[in-house]
Design a protein around this ligand. Structure first.
Ligand code: ADP
Ligand code: MG
Length: 273
């Protein structure tokens, strides 16, 4: 009896000590899983190697989950624009296959760009955000921004003589999502910094962008034919181009809603009154 009690007491003291050390060593996953792993090991008669593997696995999982949480917050991707809420059946088969192939994240490793074109409402932003979110979940560092915010940010940095630093910070992200390039008319100064950014990222990091303007109209964005050609050249060199020229999703949804309401049985005379 007394031996058992001693043993039990010893076990509790050991556990407390181990948990304190795990906390001091910043191993929260192992700490949280420790008790459960000890129990499992005793129940299933696991050897010490197996026990250690189990604990380390839990720490690894915890770290990966926290890293992805951090990357998700940092990405500034809009909420809910993921593949879970994206209807892939709306994509033409060729495009759907292309999007499927992007899922493996190889394009980020190869520093390729993804350029999505299409009319307003075709789903460009949603699709690109879904692609980007998929990559965040794979552990890649992504930053979402609109073209307008980006140029404002870069221009302010240029005025403060900190453009180099701003570009360096952006370069830390493996993929930069630039939404709606060409949607708002920008000044020459603004376009100059945008060009500087694209040149800086060329072959160094992926650019994912959406535009409702085809390349043939990009002179309206960059103002100067030479700069336009140079920008397009750098973007296209290693790129995957997705064309979403389809009916607006918003329009289709509105039409569907209207149809559904007109298909409702006519209210009876009593209901009308
Ligand atoms: P764009 O950027 O081309 O103007 P958005 O991506 O903003 O279009 O899409 C417009 C709206 O329609 C958004 O609310 C978006 O979530 C939705 N949407 C577009 N395509 C799809 C789709 N295939 N499945 C689900 N929702 C979609
Ligand atoms: Mg959009």
């Amino acid at each position: 009896m007394s031996v058992r009690r001693d043993k039990g007491h010893h076990g509790t003291a050991t556990r407390k000590l181990v948990e304190e050390m795990l906390a001091a060593l910043h191993l929260p996953g192992m700490r949280a899983a420790y008790e459960e792993c000890v129990r499992t090991a005793l129940q299933e008669n696991l050897g010490c190697e197996e026990f250690l593997r189990m604990l380390l696995e839990r720490e690894t999982e915890t770290r990966e989950a926290r890293q992805i949480e951090r990357l998700t917050v940092q990405s500034r991707l809009p909420h809910g624009k993921t593949f879970e809420t994206f209807d892939r059946r709306r994509l033409p088969p060729g495009t759907a296959r292309m999007v499927e192939a992007l899922g493996d994240g190889g394009f980020i490793d190869r520093r390729e760009n993804v350029l999505v074109f299409g009319n307003p409402g075709s789903g460009k932003t949603h699709l690109l955000c879904a692609i980007a979110e998929e990559q965040v979940r794979r552990g890649h560092s992504v930053l979402f921004t609109t073209c307008s915010l980006l140029v404002q940010h870069l221009l302010a940095a240029k005025r403060d003589l900190t453009l180099a630093g701003a570009l360096k910070k952006l370069a830390r992200h493996e993929a930069l999502v630039i939404d709606d390039i060409g949607y708002v008319q920008h000044s020459r100064d603004e376009m100059e910094v945008l060009f500087t950014l694209l040149a800086d990222r060329y072959e160094r990091g992926s650019v994912l962008l959406t535009s409702n303007l085809p390349f043939s109209q990009w002179e309206r964005i960059f103002k100067d034919p030479m700069v336009t050609a140079a920008a397009i050249d750098r973007l296209v060199h290693h790129s995957i181009i997705v064309e979403l020229n389809m009916e607006s999703y918003r329009m289709a949804a509105a039409q569907k809603a209207r149809k559904a309401s007109s298909n409702q049985p006519e209210p009876t005379k009593e209901e009308k009154e």
